[in-house]
Design a protein around this ligand. Structure first.
Ligand code: NAP
Length: 279
């Protein structure tokens, strides 16, 4: 019998995970089917309970359920417990374990795709939502310093307080010259988001060595990345983080190394297919 994994969220129709996870299972010769599990909040307890079946390896969890799944699991440790968010569930003989691979996926993307080691570097995170929280925790664990600036200042203050020193919330719009890396963790610039053509912050004060990262991955070249490249700054898009969080999930489910190149190719093909199909 085929084993099963899926993505739990609402909506999940546009998720790229089925394309690149299925490619990884097929490439690795594993008889696993990756499914889309559209799950409104009222169905979440039943959906999570269904993961205990012996043929189910586990699941990815996406918006809006990363926090809601926690009380439904048997064990949640490490970063997931500190982030208060689970993006990967593993079924081990009927017991459900929760992990968060978003932050580690971000760090792997920085190291592997931008040759950027976070230890000892200063980061400015724009945004104070779920993605910013996971990334900030992973950066602090990697011994980076983290400042946070958010449209709603109170959320940045609350996040910095939860994270503890050396995380700091900025009260005023940031001056970029003192940072090594800027990371957009807002939805600004995201296709279908509240401000698809906007910039999450101006880049006029950036020094020449600033690395500009946008975790938004649709479109692949966001307005922020385009503006940064036009200023001659180094950039990293959001697709690598997506792939590495997925690669870490694949390894948790299967115990074998993820074929990262295959996953990148499948995701890029899927994005190109969608861009080609766009009106
Ligand atoms: P979230 O929890 O809803 O947080 C959204 C953030 O965006 C908040 O800080 C919000 O500020 C800010 N924001 C929204 N509209 C804004 C505007 N018009 N101007 C300025 N700030 C605005 O979302 P999330 O889960 O953290 O996700 C954030 C983005 O990251 C999404 O685009 C998501 O697709 C992307 N993401 C990518 C990956 C990846 O693997 N590459 C992983 C996770 C998330 P307020 O607090 O003021 O509302």
């Amino acid at each position: 019998m085929s084993r099963r994994v899926g993505i739990i969220g609402h909506p999940v129709g546009h998720s790229l995970s089925p394309a690149f996870q299925q490619a990884a299972f097929s490439h690795s010769g594993l008889d696993v089917v990756y499914e889309r599990w559209e799950t409104p909040l009222t169905s979440l307890p039943d959906r999570v309970a269904s993961l205990r079946a012996p043929e189910v390896l586990g699941a990815n969890v996406t918006v809006p359920h990363k926090e809601h799944v926690i009380p439904l699991l048997d064990e949640v440790g490490g970063l997931a417990a500190r982030a208060g968010a689970v993006n990967t569930i593993v079924n081990r003989e009927g017991r459900l374990f929760g992990f968060n691979t978003d932050g580690p996926g971000f760090i792997a993307a920085l190291r592997n795709e931008a040759a950027f080691e976070p230890a000892g570097r200063s980061f400015l995170l724009l945004g104070a939502g779920g993605a910013a929280r996971g990334i900030a925790l992973a950066l602090l664990e990697a011994r980076a310093t983290v400042d946070i600036w958010n449209r709603t200042p109170g959320r940045a203050v609350a996040l910095a307080r939860d994270l503890g020193a050396p995380a700091r919330a900025l009260a005023d719009p940031p001056h970029l010259a003192s940072y090594d890396c800027l990371v957009n963790c807002t939805t600004v610039g995201m296709e279908g988001g509240p401000d698809p053509r906007g910039l999450p912050c101006p880049l006029e004060t950036a020094g020449p060595a600033l690395l500009v990262v946008d975790i938004v991955y649709t479109p692949r070249e966001t307005p922020l990345l385009r503006r940064a490249a036009a200023r001659g700054l180094r950039t990293l898009g959001g697709l690598p983080m997506l792939i590495y969080q997925g690669a870490l999930a694949f390894e948790l489910w299967t115990g074998i190394p993820a074929p990262v190149d295959v996953m990148f190719r499948a995701a890029e093909n899927e994005l190109a297919r969608r861009e080609g199909a766009a009106p």
